[in-house]
Design a protein around this ligand. Structure first.
Ligand code: ANZ
Ligand code: ZN
Length: 821
């Protein structure tokens, strides 16, 4: 009989077709059922097809989704393509195929692969960020940002990848290298469009309180934004040996104004605008040389504490207004122009970097903070903590906290400084000089300046070009299409020029989750009522590596859209209620999968050999969801064996007559208890993302069932229902063979019976040195630690033990605990 053997290659395509034909998984706008918006990061359709990492995220969330549907939710679970980006462009250039064609081909491969895995995505809402219908709205958002003053053009030193020929955002530079290709990044001056994410910095930190993200994600975002509260103040300058105060003032930012009496020099960043004016003629040459070298270094390289400090004296002095001492002004690359004011007061006694610098250039080190009584820090040469002030005039004997307040107040009174907040995060460089991206919808008119493209003229379509290779001059390839560049000014109708830069590849993913709510809308980015119904996203799963990039950017853009009313107020200030991250799937031996290592697992092959259900359930079983895990071929065989066993048990069940089922009632009821425990565990584990333990619970149950040999139909069906979200094709097939006419996914998620799972209780015997001293009623399943604690809490035992030390604990589960003293 063909049905006798589990044959995923046959049943999986069958059920995929069935689900699609019946439109079983389509979300319904405005449905009365509770809505649940579950989002997985949409893939970049690269030429490599999906990888097992995608599968992990999608398998797991698909299980959540299928379960929630069975629990009566109206679930939105969409999928689409983050299709603009460099790898496609690079591939297109190499292969001589248009990026649009490459994208079409790659998305077709991805779509086929995802469908072959049976994920229950809402395919009718598929989107593609590189289609004009979509990027019309990405451009529209840019225009709104411009109109609100949040997009501006600025000439800045940008990180430049000489290999990709592209400007990089700080976030795209990892360890001084281009995030994509690993080439060391350089600095270049370039006019760029910038987005003022800094204006949202405070809210991006504060609203983290409102969301359910892993702590690590919150910490990383906060550190990335890097909010520092401190003091800002002005210092008079004396050029060279002049006794007369210069007109210029030097502004510094410090988080430790309490250490100001210990300031023995000041340091300017190599890019500081005052350098020209204050460098004395005898120092010009040396300073010039130093600045040139410093500018070529990457920020990260400059600020690492391990690196030996370098610097140069300008020949001029600044006045410490707290103690009226003149101190030298240095230039050093350990101070960044992009942070604070680009100048610091240096306190070598209490700051490690300043200490290293002072040692090298033989500058005085004046101690002004002592540890509070009873606390001392001898572990380091430099005392960097808060403490009590010494050698600090009227502020001596105050604590650091007190002094910070008083000193800042004094500065405010003298009108020489004030409280200040600075952020590490910089405005977001939003232009790229590349072809395969959204054209920035701006027009430059000699008379009117930068003007946004009129909204009815959106989208500005990406023109077809023959050459989309980036240019060596750093100009976008679009600048070569003269008749596209030439246009009319939207304001004065005079001759004007289009912006030829395109947006970075994060642009489309900033807001894609909004488009899924209403993907075909031609009048708005999405209908307000639909947004009101679906947004915020209830659960968003994606990679940890996107924490300070996509996740932060999209929170910013969402907040902006919410502010301007493009997203209804009732949706709330945060786009994603809950965020989770799957651990990476590594190749054999715990290394990253890569073509060069030859350790890439292709999901197509796994599906062909073992079936989609086996792949899916293996990806859930492989380990705790948040942890990195190596692919293990033995593990996948084990999962296939489990599914084979379920199929075999189903066969046995179907073959046997009903009369047979009546025998052995007691074991049936034992098995039923087991089942209800399993239902409880699986229900809870799926929501808590403990898929590995959910799978083992079901494996255990199948073992018990095999042992008992008998099962009631109702129990069998309930078991299938809880397995269905994890192995959907198999369960659907067996469900049908049990004589059911409708899909198992239209069934209700089973409830466990509280009475059946009540834990058995036992009398735990407590011995001391082998003599029975107490009996305590406890749960049968408690472990050694719990038993020990219970025993030690007992009055009787306390009396017997007195102050004697326990040397050893012997524990027999479900029976006794023996304390050896
Ligand atoms: C004096 C001082 C004394 C400082 C002391 C620290 C310890 P966070 O907390 O990261 O915001 N700083 C300010 N601007 C800088 C720049 N552009 N480049 C490099 N360093 C800069 O750090 C603030 C502290 O970093 C500031 O407080 C300043 O050094 C330094 F015992 O001022 B501090
Ligand atoms: Zn004009």
């Amino acid at each position: 009989m063909s049905n006798m053997k589990y044959n995923p290659q046959k049943i999986e395509p069958k059920w995929q077709k069935y689900w699609e034909k019946k439109k079983l998984f389509q979300a319904k706008d405005f449905d009365k059922k509770p809505k649940s918006y579950i989002l997985v990061e949409f893939p970049y359709p690269s030429g490599d097809g999906i990888h097992v990492g995608h599968c992990r995220s999608y398998s797991v969330l698909d299980a959540v989704v299928r379960k929630r549907r069975m629990q009566g939710n109206n679930v939105l679970f969409p999928m689409g393509w983050d299709a603009f980006g460099l790898p496609t462009e690079n591939y297109a250039i190499k292969a001589g195929i248009h990026p649009r064609k490459v994208t079409e081909k790659n998305t077709a491969i991805f779509r086929r692969q995802l469908k072959s895995l049976g994920f229950s995505f809402n395919w009718n809402r598929e989107i593609n960020t590189s289609s004009p219908e979509y990027y019309k709205w990405t451009q529209w958002i840019f225009v709104q940002l411009f109109k609100k003053g949040l997009a501006y053009k600025d000439k800045i030193a940008i990180n430049w990848c000489p290999s990709c020929k592209i400007g990089l955002a700080n976030e795209e530079v990892v360890d001084g290298k281009c995030e994509r290709c690993g080439t060391p990044a350089e600095k270049r001056e370039k006019e760029q469009w910038m987005l003022k994410i800094t204006k949202y910095a405070d809210r991006l930190i504060k609203d983290l309180e409102k969301v359910d993200y892993p702590d690590q994600v919150k910490i990383m975002q906060k550190e990335w934004i890097g909010r520092s509260e401190g003091t800002y103040f002005e210092m008079p300058i004396f050029i060279g040996s002049s006794k007369k105060e210069s007109k210029e003032k030097l502004d510094v930012f410090t988080t430790r104004i309490d250490t100001v009496f210990g300031m023995t020099y000041v340091v300017l960043s190599a890019e500081h605008p005052l350098i020209e004016k204050i460098t004395t003629s005898n120092k010009k040459k040396e300073v010039q040389k130093y600045i040139q070298e410093a500018k070529n270094k990457m920020d990260l390289e400059r600020i690492t504490s391990e690196k030996e400090k370098t610097g140069v004296f300008t020949g001029s002095y600044a006045l410490n207004i707290f103690n009226n001492q003149k101190i030298p002004i240095y230039i050093s690359d350990y101070v960044l122009m992009s942070y604070g004011t680009g100048a610091i007061m240096a306190v070598p006694a209490h700051d490690e970097r300043d200490y290293d610098f002072a040692k090298k250039y033989v500058l005085p080190i004046v101690e002004v903070i002592k540890p509070e009584k009873g606390k001392s820090d001898i572990s380091r040469e430099v005392f960097v903590d808060y403490g009590v002030l010494v050698n600090s005039g009227q502020f001596s004997n105050m604590t650091s906290v007190e002094a910070q307040k008083k000193m800042t107040q004094w500065l405010e009174k003298e009108k020489k400084g004030k409280k200040a907040v600075y952020y590490k995060i910089r405005d977001w460089v939003f232009s790229r000089q590349h072809y395969w991206g959204e054209p920035i919808p701006m027009i430059n008119c000699k008379k009117c300046g930068w003007q946004p493209v009129t909204e009815k003229d959106l989208p500005v379509e990406l023109p077809d070009v023959k050459k989309y290779k980036p240019t060596d001059t750093g100009e976008s390839p679009l600048s070569a299409i003269k008749n596209w560049v030439k246009t009319k000014c939207p304001k004065c109708k005079g001759l004007a020029q289009r912006e030829t830069d395109t947006m970075p590849n994060w642009a489309g993913s900033n807001w894609y989750f909004l488009r899924y709510c209403d993907p075909r809308n031609r009048k708005q980015l999405a209908d307000q009522k639909k947004l009101k119904y679906w947004v915020p996203v209830d659960w968003y799963n994606g990679g940890m590596e996107h924490t300070t990039l996509h996740l932060l950017y999209s929170r910013f853009i969402y907040k902006f859209l919410w502010d301007i009313g493009a997203v209804p107020k009732s949706c709330g200030p945060e786009p994603y209620k809950k965020r989770t991250s799957h651990g990476m799937v590594l190749g054999k031996g715990g290394v990253k999968m890569s073509k060069s290592r030859g350790n890439v697992i292709n999901p197509d092959n796994v599906v062909k050999q073992y079936g989609a259900d086996t792949l899916r359930i293996y990806e859930m079983f492989m380990g705790p969801f948040g942890q990195m895990i190596s692919w293990d071929s033995k593990g996948i065989v084990g999962m296939r064996r489990f599914l084979d066993r379920v199929y075999k048990l189903a066969n046995q069940f179907i073959r046997k007559s009903v009369s047979n089922q009546r025998r052995n009632q007691s074991s049936v009821s034992g098995l039923r208890k087991q089942l209800h425990k399993t239902i409880k565990k699986v229900s809870e584990d799926i929501e808590a993302m403990k898929f590995n333990t959910a799978v083992s619970a079901m494996m255990e149950f199948s073992n018990d069932w095999q042992k008992y040999g008998k099962i009631k139909k109702e129990d069998f069906e309930n078991f299938l229902k809880i397995l269905a979200p994890l192995a959907p094709h198999l369960c659907e097939e067996i469900w049908e063979r049990l004589g059911n006419k409708k899909s198992i996914f239209l069934e209700k998620w089973p409830e466990y019976n509280k009475k059946l799972i009540r834990e058995e209780r036992i009398n735990l015997i407590v011995q001391i040195n082998g003599k029975v001293r107490d009996k305590i009623e406890v749960k049968a399943g408690i472990n050694k630690g719990q038993a020990r604690k219970t025993a030690l809490d007992s009055k009787n035992i306390k009396k017997w033990l007195g102050s004697k030390k326990i040397k050893k604990v012997i524990f027999a589960q479900g029976k006794l605990i023996n304390l050896v003293i």
